[in-house]
Design a protein around this ligand. Sequence first.
Ligand SMILES: [Zn+2]
Length: 502
Amino acid sequence: MNSSRRQFLARTAASAAVIAGGATFTTGNAQASGRRRVTALTHVTVIDVATGRRHRDQTVLIVGDRITGVGRHLPIPRGAVELDLTGKFVIPGLADMHVHSIGDERVSPPLYLANGVTTVREMAGTNPLLYQWRDRIAAGTLLGPRMMVGSNIIDGDPTLWDPNLIQVIVVDDGPSARAAVRRVKAEGADFVKVYSRLSPTAYAAILDEARRTGLTVHGHGPDQLTTKQVSNAGQRSIEHIHSLGLAVSTREADVRRMVRDITVSAGDYNSWFRQLHPIEWIAANTFSRARAADVFGTLRRNRTRVTPTLTMHNVLDQPDYSALDPALAKYLSADAVFSYEYAIDTLYKPNRPAEEIARQRRMWAWRKRFVRELFDHDVPILAGTDTGTPYSVPGFALHDELEHLVSAGATPRQALYAATVEPAQFLGMRADLGSVEPRKVADLVVLDADPLTDIRNTRRIHTVVTRGRVISPTARQRMLAEVEAAVKEPPTAGTIAAGGCC
Ligand SMILES: [Zn+2]
């Protein structure tokens, strides 16, 4: 086990102890407080996401932060709070494996939990607040999902990022790349986040230094490397479909050369998108089953996870898209909406003739076809939304992603797997997370309807349990109302701006 994993587990364990001893959170139930708080969920259907089996009329016993028993007609200990969940379904807590949290601590953390998202992978530690949230949640002093927080983005020179939007770490050779890894380790990152414009030399140095310091590497596939090179180098996850889509073309050598020839001036993300998209278009129209079998076989054997982030692609493939779900707008501050519109207006929309926009809209169908191929080849998939990109709303977006995965061709069970079992394995926490079984952490979502028959039923949330703490229907409604009130207040020093990409 590497040291960042040890620190992560130590924080998780510490938090479990504190939360088990706390229990002052308003659950809406007359819930017993104290070290041995016991809750019994009764008459509930337990969904086993790994097998797709439904176990009906079960009792789930929770003591402190752990599940201690699951079965039919289990004896209920004296003093337990019994929740009769006849007609309901329980699944493991959900993970959004690609987020960039926004707003202050009164916004993103409760929005995740209210949506049944009990674990998030924060993909770029661009703001020190994120590490503070992670540690406070782990210590039990802030209510929120378990957070794994990546380093600040490490990109090549020139970087895609405008320093007025985000200050990323720019490296142009081996020594600067190694120094960057040591720096993010000292800053408390759980993993290294790599980006699109890294040179092969800097990239190799990052992978090597990360191995030495005990950090894993997650992020974009750099333009200068093939997908197989990235997977074989030991990068643990590849985010988005941008670089991956190029790997499965009959013209892979051509498109790869074209991508290597992309030049951008510092901070000109728009130019990168506009140069990349025509190359993606060529790749999309020259899909090769043989290339897919080769590349996806490599990803599968190396257990390189892919996070398709269809929620992000859905919006950004349609750069004239400007709708924000009106039912969810109340959970975004005016500042967040402004940032989303600013990102669309500066990163995606400019300099695009109508023909290019029309072509890009058709890329959306290709993204979904690509994801279906990933599932067909058993590539391990992580459900991730890229929350923080337009127009996503923390927590709610994960349900959009599950629906996108199913519309791409996954079964509801496969989509749920990508948000439960696969993240648990990826984080090395299979003993603690990913199923409703004795000895696991009690991270659970109770649903009003069966998610295996219709994935949209994951939105029908009745109760959420986070590390044994029950968020009742009433408490959940109150949490959402509090977010709605909080986003109307002026931003504080503890506010994280919406970033724009990826
Ligand atoms: Zn992202």
